[in-house]
Write a protein that binds this ligand. Structure first.
Ligand code: CA
Length: 186
């Protein structure tokens, strides 16, 4: 029932903003930004092998997967901090926040729409358009910014990726490029 109501509300919203699926999806991603470049990064896998060792990575909101090239182990703890925020963080025309536990869409109406459509989010662990960490192709996901000082205990070993928590296929209109510092804490 909830998904039917969401579908109805989404259709109305898409009609209002002229972004119907029947229309072409203009790629508004800024690929000239280094974080959003289409060039392949063949960086070798990397391990933060001591406490307080750190690495910064580039994240682009219109990339469905941002490879950190870091391999993590279960029960390791990592802290995340934005050290550079590019053009802001926005889902198309939807204003969004980034580095707080309630990050993502800030528009109250869109929050209601998003609640109805929560089944369509890539990660159920974080709000729409919040920054999400992912291990092993979304088998395990977590919100990057939380109320524990942005520290997360990793629950699964594997390769660490990041993405904006959007619907699959809706990354073409995302805006945001950041540099994220990742620090091992235990
Ligand atoms: Ca989007």
């Amino acid at each position: 029932m909830r998904s039917i109501v969401f579908g109805f509300l989404l259709l109305i919203l898409m009609f209002i903003c002229g972004c119907s699926y029947l229309q072409p999806h203009p790629d508004t991603c800024d690929h000239s930004h280094p974080s959003c470049s289409r060039e392949l990064n063949n960086e070798e896998p990397f391990v933060l092998d001591t406490i307080n060792s750190e690495k910064h990575i580039d994240i682009c909101a219109c990339k469905p997967l941002n490879n950190s090239h870091i391999t993590v182990e279960k029960d390791q703890e990592y802290q995340f901090q934005i050290i550079e925020l590019g053009e802001g963080w926005k889902d198309g025309s939807i204003a969004s926040s980034l580095d707080d536990p309630e990050g993502g869409w800030t528009n109250p109406f869109m929050k209601i729409i998003g609640w109805f459509g929560s089944a369509y989010k890539r990660s159920s662990e974080a709000p729409w358009y919040a920054l999400v960490g992912s291990v092993n192709n979304d088998e395990y996901t977590f919100p990057v910014f939380n109320e524990d000082g942005n520290i997360t205990k990793i629950e699964q070993s594997g390769k660490l990726y990041f993405f904006a928590n959007d619907m699959t296929g809706r990354y073409f209109n995302n805006k945001g490029a950041i540099k994220l510092l990742i620090t091992r804490k235990n």
